[in-house]
Design a binder for this molecule. Structure first.
Ligand SMILES: C[S@@+](CC[C@H](N)C(=O)[O-])C[C@H]1O[C@@H](n2cnc3c(N)ncnc32)[C@H](O)[C@@H]1O
Length: 175
């Protein structure tokens, strides 16, 4: 039986590295959560997770997981559903939809955390995604978060299996 059937794939190292920056009891939004490998990781640390995805079958893997609330939504067909400042942390892994990017960033409260990792230009040599709309441009996560966020860490490049970009950033208190 494959682990992915049950949403038990390992969380990406980037999110594990910064998981301690989200305190137990804080609210985290896992955008396009899939089967919820990151939702589980944060919930197991006492974080209150909202996992949103359009795929009901994927979300079903999270049924009954303590501390995880699932929401089935199409984040591209409908307007961004979350109010500005409504989460202490927002996590995005392997997902990009530029039309709602600013609204997603606004969902992080002042002083709250953004954790983002996804594919960037050059990844096509390894396979999908290969369409430009699903690939970050060079430095794009930096350009989108500055100056509203303080950058904790940023990486980009080819690790021999994927070409990705990653950021951990904290929203500054100023409005
Ligand atoms: C590559 S998977 C990543 C899953 C998870 N974030 C992870 O890293 O394990 C992309 C996810 O985006 C979700 N997705 C794609 N389009 C979506 C949309 N319009 N609204 C909500 N979720 C969407 C898919 O259902 C899928 O679960």
């Amino acid at each position: 039986m494959r682990a992915e059937t049950h949403g038990l794939e390992a969380p990406a190292a980037w999110f594990v590295r910064y998981a301690g920056l989200v305190a137990p009891g804080e609210r985290l939004l896992d955008v396009a959560a899939g089967r919820g490998r990151h939702s589980r990781c944060f919930a197991s640390r006492g974080v209150k997770v909202t996992a949103v995805d359009r795929d009901a079958e994927a979300l079903a893997a999270l049924e009954g997981v303590l501390g995880v609330s699932c929401e089935r939504r199409d984040l591209e067909a409908d307007p961004w559903p979350y109010a500005a400042g409504s989460f202490d942390a927002v996590l995005v892994s392997n997902y990009l939809w530029r039309p709602t990017f600013d609204a997603l960033l606004a969902t992080v409260r002042a002083g709250g955390l953004l954790l983002y990792e996804t594919f960037m230009v050059g990844h096509a040599r390894y396979g999908k995604p290969s369409r430009p709309e699903f690939l970050l441009r060079v430095n794009e996560l930096l350009e989108r978060t500055l100056p509203a966020f303080e950058i904790i860490a940023f990486e980009q490049g080819d690790d021999g299996t994927a070409v990705k970009q990653r950021i951990a950033a904290r929203r500054l208190d100023r409005g």
